[in-house]
Design a protein around this ligand. Structure first.
Ligand code: SAM
Length: 313
Protein backbone atom coordinates (compact mmCIF):
# COMPACT_ATOMS: atom_id res chain seq x y z
CA UNK A 1 0.00 0.00 0.00
CA UNK A 2 1.32 3.43 -0.84
CA UNK A 3 0.72 6.26 1.63
CA UNK A 4 0.72 8.87 -1.14
CA UNK A 5 -2.28 11.15 -0.91
CA UNK A 6 -4.49 10.95 -3.93
CA UNK A 7 -5.76 14.46 -3.67
CA UNK A 8 -3.00 16.66 -2.35
CA UNK A 9 -4.10 19.73 -0.41
CA UNK A 10 -4.52 22.90 -2.42
CA UNK A 11 -1.40 25.05 -1.84
CA UNK A 12 -1.71 27.19 1.29
CA UNK A 13 -1.21 30.48 -0.53
CA UNK A 14 -4.19 29.81 -2.75
CA UNK A 15 -6.46 28.39 -0.13
CA UNK A 16 -5.87 31.01 2.50
CA UNK A 17 -7.27 33.68 0.20
CA UNK A 18 -10.64 32.34 1.25
CA UNK A 19 -9.91 32.71 4.96
CA UNK A 20 -10.88 36.33 5.21
CA UNK A 21 -12.01 38.42 8.14
CA UNK A 22 -15.62 37.49 8.39
CA UNK A 23 -18.39 37.59 10.93
CA UNK A 24 -21.10 35.07 11.42
CA UNK A 25 -24.20 36.44 9.70
CA UNK A 26 -25.73 39.28 11.66
CA UNK A 27 -23.45 38.85 14.65
CA UNK A 28 -20.38 40.77 13.74
CA UNK A 29 -19.90 42.17 17.21
CA UNK A 30 -20.39 38.84 18.93
CA UNK A 31 -18.73 35.96 17.22
CA UNK A 32 -16.11 36.31 14.55
CA UNK A 33 -14.88 33.44 12.50
CA UNK A 34 -11.23 32.37 12.51
CA UNK A 35 -10.75 33.12 16.18
CA UNK A 36 -9.68 31.14 19.22
CA UNK A 37 -11.78 32.36 22.13
CA UNK A 38 -10.37 32.22 25.64
CA UNK A 39 -13.51 30.75 27.05
CA UNK A 40 -15.01 27.60 28.51
CA UNK A 41 -16.27 25.47 25.64
CA UNK A 42 -19.65 24.77 27.25
CA UNK A 43 -20.52 28.45 27.66
CA UNK A 44 -19.27 29.19 24.13
CA UNK A 45 -21.41 26.41 22.65
CA UNK A 46 -24.44 27.83 24.50
CA UNK A 47 -23.77 31.19 22.83
CA UNK A 48 -23.54 29.54 19.43
CA UNK A 49 -26.83 27.79 20.10
CA UNK A 50 -28.54 30.99 21.29
CA UNK A 51 -27.49 32.71 18.09
CA UNK A 52 -28.42 29.73 15.92
CA UNK A 53 -24.89 29.31 14.63
CA UNK A 54 -24.30 25.82 13.27
CA UNK A 55 -21.00 24.18 12.47
CA UNK A 56 -20.21 21.44 9.96
CA UNK A 57 -17.36 19.62 11.65
CA UNK A 58 -16.23 19.39 15.25
CA UNK A 59 -12.84 17.81 15.70
CA UNK A 60 -11.24 17.71 19.10
CA UNK A 61 -9.30 15.92 21.77
CA UNK A 62 -10.46 16.63 25.32
CA UNK A 63 -8.26 16.16 28.38
CA UNK A 64 -8.20 12.41 29.17
CA UNK A 65 -8.44 12.76 32.95
CA UNK A 66 -5.04 11.15 33.44
CA UNK A 67 -3.47 13.82 35.62
CA UNK A 68 -1.51 15.45 32.79
CA UNK A 69 0.26 18.67 33.71
CA UNK A 70 -1.64 21.14 31.56
CA UNK A 71 -1.03 24.40 33.38
CA UNK A 72 -4.37 26.00 34.14
CA UNK A 73 -6.57 22.93 33.66
CA UNK A 74 -6.46 20.28 36.39
CA UNK A 75 -6.70 16.88 34.73
CA UNK A 76 -7.86 14.88 37.73
CA UNK A 77 -11.62 15.07 38.01
CA UNK A 78 -13.49 12.42 39.91
CA UNK A 79 -14.42 9.84 37.22
CA UNK A 80 -18.20 10.36 37.37
CA UNK A 81 -17.78 14.13 37.24
CA UNK A 82 -15.51 13.79 34.24
CA UNK A 83 -17.99 11.56 32.38
CA UNK A 84 -20.82 13.93 33.24
CA UNK A 85 -18.75 16.78 31.82
CA UNK A 86 -18.23 14.81 28.60
CA UNK A 87 -21.98 14.22 28.43
CA UNK A 88 -22.47 17.98 28.66
CA UNK A 89 -19.97 18.47 25.85
CA UNK A 90 -21.91 15.92 23.77
CA UNK A 91 -25.24 17.65 24.48
CA UNK A 92 -24.06 21.19 23.81
CA UNK A 93 -22.27 20.10 20.65
CA UNK A 94 -25.35 18.28 19.36
CA UNK A 95 -27.30 21.56 19.27
CA UNK A 96 -24.67 23.40 17.24
CA UNK A 97 -23.79 20.65 14.77
CA UNK A 98 -25.60 20.62 11.41
CA UNK A 99 -27.80 17.62 10.61
CA UNK A 100 -25.17 16.43 8.15
CA UNK A 101 -22.30 17.36 10.41
CA UNK A 102 -19.48 15.23 11.86
CA UNK A 103 -18.01 15.12 15.35
CA UNK A 104 -14.55 13.52 15.46
CA UNK A 105 -13.56 12.75 19.04
CA UNK A 106 -9.96 11.71 19.64
CA UNK A 107 -9.60 9.88 22.96
CA UNK A 108 -6.90 7.71 24.45
CA UNK A 109 -6.55 6.29 27.88
CA UNK A 110 -4.27 4.40 30.20
CA UNK A 111 -3.51 0.68 30.05
CA UNK A 112 -4.79 0.45 33.63
CA UNK A 113 -8.20 1.78 32.53
CA UNK A 114 -8.65 0.18 29.09
CA UNK A 115 -12.39 0.85 28.76
CA UNK A 116 -12.06 4.59 29.40
CA UNK A 117 -12.32 5.65 25.73
CA UNK A 118 -15.53 3.59 25.41
CA UNK A 119 -16.98 5.13 28.55
CA UNK A 120 -16.42 8.56 27.01
CA UNK A 121 -17.90 7.38 23.69
CA UNK A 122 -20.94 6.08 25.58
CA UNK A 123 -21.72 9.62 26.78
CA UNK A 124 -21.84 10.74 23.15
CA UNK A 125 -23.90 7.75 22.03
CA UNK A 126 -26.87 8.87 24.13
CA UNK A 127 -27.37 11.42 21.32
CA UNK A 128 -25.15 10.61 18.39
CA UNK A 129 -24.70 7.56 16.19
CA UNK A 130 -21.20 6.15 16.26
CA UNK A 131 -20.66 5.94 12.51
CA UNK A 132 -16.97 4.99 12.34
CA UNK A 133 -14.27 4.02 14.78
CA UNK A 134 -10.82 5.01 13.61
CA UNK A 135 -7.70 3.59 15.23
CA UNK A 136 -5.02 6.22 15.59
CA UNK A 137 -1.62 4.50 15.67
CA UNK A 138 1.42 6.39 16.99
CA UNK A 139 3.97 3.73 16.10
CA UNK A 140 4.07 0.25 14.61
CA UNK A 141 6.71 -2.44 14.15
CA UNK A 142 6.40 -4.84 11.22
CA UNK A 143 8.38 -8.04 10.82
CA UNK A 144 10.09 -8.57 7.47
CA UNK A 145 8.12 -11.77 6.83
CA UNK A 146 4.86 -9.80 7.01
CA UNK A 147 5.90 -7.26 4.40
CA UNK A 148 4.53 -8.08 0.95
CA UNK A 149 7.18 -9.26 -1.55
CA UNK A 150 6.55 -6.37 -3.93
CA UNK A 151 6.97 -3.79 -1.16
CA UNK A 152 10.05 -1.61 -1.40
CA UNK A 153 10.79 -2.23 2.29
CA UNK A 154 12.50 -5.53 2.96
CA UNK A 155 13.72 -5.70 6.56
CA UNK A 156 11.96 -5.37 9.89
CA UNK A 157 10.43 -1.90 10.12
CA UNK A 158 9.50 0.31 13.07
CA UNK A 159 7.73 3.55 12.26
CA UNK A 160 6.73 6.50 14.46
CA UNK A 161 7.57 7.17 18.10
CA UNK A 162 5.97 6.79 21.50
CA UNK A 163 6.65 7.16 25.20
CA UNK A 164 7.58 3.68 26.46
CA UNK A 165 5.71 2.45 29.52
CA UNK A 166 7.62 1.31 32.63
CA UNK A 167 5.62 -1.77 33.61
CA UNK A 168 5.82 -5.55 33.85
CA UNK A 169 2.07 -5.79 33.30
CA UNK A 170 1.31 -3.63 30.32
CA UNK A 171 2.61 -3.14 26.82
CA UNK A 172 3.36 0.42 25.73
CA UNK A 173 0.20 2.06 24.51
CA UNK A 174 0.68 2.99 20.84
CA UNK A 175 -2.93 3.55 20.04
CA UNK A 176 -5.82 5.98 20.54
CA UNK A 177 -9.34 6.18 19.14
CA UNK A 178 -10.97 8.68 16.86
CA UNK A 179 -14.71 8.16 17.25
CA UNK A 180 -16.67 9.60 14.35
CA UNK A 181 -20.14 10.59 15.51
CA UNK A 182 -22.92 11.73 13.21
CA UNK A 183 -26.60 12.47 13.77
CA UNK A 184 -27.91 9.77 11.46
CA UNK A 185 -25.14 7.20 11.12
CA UNK A 186 -25.69 7.53 7.36
CA UNK A 187 -23.42 10.39 6.41
CA UNK A 188 -21.77 9.96 3.02
CA UNK A 189 -18.02 10.23 3.49
CA UNK A 190 -15.37 11.44 1.07
CA UNK A 191 -13.41 8.22 1.49
CA UNK A 192 -11.23 8.79 -1.55
CA UNK A 193 -10.51 12.32 -0.33
CA UNK A 194 -8.11 10.60 2.07
CA UNK A 195 -7.59 7.56 -0.13
CA UNK A 196 -4.41 5.76 -1.06
CA UNK A 197 -3.13 4.05 -4.20
CA UNK A 198 -2.97 0.27 -4.56
CA UNK A 199 0.33 -1.32 -3.62
CA UNK A 200 -0.45 -4.23 -5.90
CA UNK A 201 -1.72 -2.71 -9.15
CA UNK A 202 -3.20 -6.04 -10.28
CA UNK A 203 -6.04 -5.26 -7.87
CA UNK A 204 -7.25 -2.49 -10.22
CA UNK A 205 -10.24 -3.82 -12.10
CA UNK A 206 -10.39 -7.04 -10.08
CA UNK A 207 -13.47 -5.88 -8.16
CA UNK A 208 -16.33 -3.63 -9.11
CA UNK A 209 -15.18 -1.06 -6.57
CA UNK A 210 -11.55 -1.08 -7.81
CA UNK A 211 -12.05 0.93 -11.00
CA UNK A 212 -8.97 3.12 -10.72
CA UNK A 213 -5.76 3.32 -8.76
CA UNK A 214 -7.34 4.74 -5.62
CA UNK A 215 -8.81 3.01 -2.66
CA UNK A 216 -10.29 3.50 0.76
CA UNK A 217 -7.50 4.03 3.33
CA UNK A 218 -9.38 2.09 5.99
CA UNK A 219 -9.82 2.87 9.64
CA UNK A 220 -6.25 2.40 10.85
CA UNK A 221 -4.33 5.64 10.63
CA UNK A 222 -0.66 5.89 11.44
CA UNK A 223 -0.24 9.50 12.55
CA UNK A 224 3.23 9.99 13.92
CA UNK A 225 4.32 13.12 15.71
CA UNK A 226 6.86 15.50 14.28
CA UNK A 227 10.07 15.18 16.33
CA UNK A 228 10.11 17.86 19.03
CA UNK A 229 13.25 20.01 18.68
CA UNK A 230 12.66 22.56 21.43
CA UNK A 231 10.83 22.28 24.76
CA UNK A 232 7.37 20.74 24.71
CA UNK A 233 4.93 23.68 24.54
CA UNK A 234 1.85 21.59 25.48
CA UNK A 235 1.74 18.13 27.05
CA UNK A 236 -0.97 16.54 24.89
CA UNK A 237 -1.22 17.74 21.31
CA UNK A 238 -2.38 15.91 18.23
CA UNK A 239 -0.57 16.29 14.91
CA UNK A 240 -2.08 18.79 12.43
CA UNK A 241 -2.63 15.85 10.10
CA UNK A 242 -5.27 14.39 12.44
CA UNK A 243 -7.86 17.21 12.13
CA UNK A 244 -6.85 17.69 8.51
CA UNK A 245 -7.59 14.07 7.64
CA UNK A 246 -10.86 14.04 9.62
CA UNK A 247 -12.09 17.19 7.84
CA UNK A 248 -11.12 15.74 4.46
CA UNK A 249 -12.98 12.52 5.31
CA UNK A 250 -16.11 14.48 6.20
CA UNK A 251 -15.77 16.17 2.82
CA UNK A 252 -14.78 19.74 1.99
CA UNK A 253 -17.56 22.02 0.85
CA UNK A 254 -17.69 25.78 0.28
CA UNK A 255 -18.10 27.74 3.53
CA UNK A 256 -17.48 24.72 5.72
CA UNK A 257 -17.12 25.76 9.37
CA UNK A 258 -14.97 23.75 11.80
CA UNK A 259 -15.00 24.06 15.60
CA UNK A 260 -12.53 22.69 18.14
CA UNK A 261 -13.83 23.06 21.73
CA UNK A 262 -10.44 22.10 23.25
CA UNK A 263 -8.12 23.98 20.92
CA UNK A 264 -4.86 23.66 22.90
CA UNK A 265 -2.04 25.22 20.85
CA UNK A 266 -4.13 25.54 17.72
CA UNK A 267 -3.51 22.44 15.61
CA UNK A 268 -7.11 22.32 14.36
CA UNK A 269 -6.92 26.01 13.46
CA UNK A 270 -3.67 25.35 11.57
CA UNK A 271 -5.30 22.44 9.73
CA UNK A 272 -8.10 24.80 8.70
CA UNK A 273 -5.56 27.36 7.52
CA UNK A 274 -3.94 24.66 5.40
CA UNK A 275 -7.30 23.63 3.99
CA UNK A 276 -8.57 27.19 3.48
CA UNK A 277 -11.51 26.71 5.83
CA UNK A 278 -13.15 28.84 8.48
CA UNK A 279 -12.82 27.76 12.08
CA UNK A 280 -13.80 28.61 15.63
CA UNK A 281 -11.96 27.47 18.71
CA UNK A 282 -12.09 27.67 22.48
CA UNK A 283 -9.30 27.18 25.00
CA UNK A 284 -9.24 28.23 28.66
CA UNK A 285 -5.47 28.59 29.02
CA UNK A 286 -4.06 31.92 27.82
CA UNK A 287 -0.52 30.49 27.60
CA UNK A 288 -1.62 27.86 25.05
CA UNK A 289 -3.52 30.51 23.14
CA UNK A 290 -0.36 32.64 22.93
CA UNK A 291 1.51 29.68 21.41
CA UNK A 292 -1.35 29.08 18.97
CA UNK A 293 -1.25 32.76 18.04
CA UNK A 294 2.49 32.58 17.43
CA UNK A 295 2.12 29.49 15.21
CA UNK A 296 -0.75 31.02 13.27
CA UNK A 297 1.13 34.28 12.79
CA UNK A 298 4.22 32.47 11.46
CA UNK A 299 2.09 30.45 9.05
CA UNK A 300 0.22 33.54 7.88
CA UNK A 301 3.42 35.54 7.45
CA UNK A 302 4.96 32.70 5.46
CA UNK A 303 2.03 32.97 3.10
CA UNK A 304 1.81 36.79 3.10
CA UNK A 305 -1.71 36.78 4.47
CA UNK A 306 -3.35 39.30 6.72
CA UNK A 307 -2.60 38.49 10.34
CA UNK A 308 -5.55 40.66 11.44
CA UNK A 309 -7.97 38.17 9.96
CA UNK A 310 -6.96 35.55 12.55
CA UNK A 311 -7.15 36.89 16.05
CA UNK A 312 -7.07 35.34 19.44
CA UNK A 313 -9.57 36.94 21.78
C1 SAM B 1 -5.82 17.42 24.91
S1 SAM B 1 -5.64 19.11 24.96
C2 SAM B 1 -5.98 19.58 23.29
C3 SAM B 1 -4.73 19.78 22.49
C4 SAM B 1 -4.99 20.17 21.04
N1 SAM B 1 -5.64 19.12 20.29
C5 SAM B 1 -3.66 20.51 20.36
O1 SAM B 1 -3.23 19.78 19.44
O2 SAM B 1 -3.04 21.50 20.75
C6 SAM B 1 -7.05 19.67 25.83
C7 SAM B 1 -7.09 21.18 26.05
O3 SAM B 1 -8.37 21.52 26.59
C8 SAM B 1 -8.21 22.70 27.38
N2 SAM B 1 -9.43 22.81 28.21
C9 SAM B 1 -9.69 22.18 29.38
N3 SAM B 1 -10.93 22.50 29.81
C10 SAM B 1 -11.47 23.32 28.88
C11 SAM B 1 -12.73 23.96 28.74
N4 SAM B 1 -13.69 23.82 29.67
N5 SAM B 1 -12.96 24.72 27.64
C12 SAM B 1 -12.00 24.88 26.70
N6 SAM B 1 -10.77 24.32 26.78
C13 SAM B 1 -10.51 23.54 27.85
C14 SAM B 1 -6.91 22.42 28.12
O4 SAM B 1 -6.33 23.61 28.60
C15 SAM B 1 -6.07 21.72 27.04
O5 SAM B 1 -5.23 22.62 26.37
Amino acid sequence: MSERRLRPSVPVAFKCDKVIKKSVHGLNTLINLNRIYKEDCLSFMSKLKDHKILVDVIVTSPPYNINKEYGLYKDNKEKDRYLHWMQNVAEKSYHILKEDGSFFLNVGGRPADPTFPFQVATQFRTLYELQTTIHRIKSVSIDAEDVAKNNEFHGNISIGHFKPIVSDRYLSDLHEYIFHFTKTGNLKLDKLGIGVTYQDKTNIGRWKSAKSDERDRGNVWLLSYPTIQEGRPHPAVFPIKLPERCINLHGIKPNLLVYDPFMGIGNTALACLRLGLNYLGTEIDAEFIKIAQHKMTSTLLETNLSVDSHEII
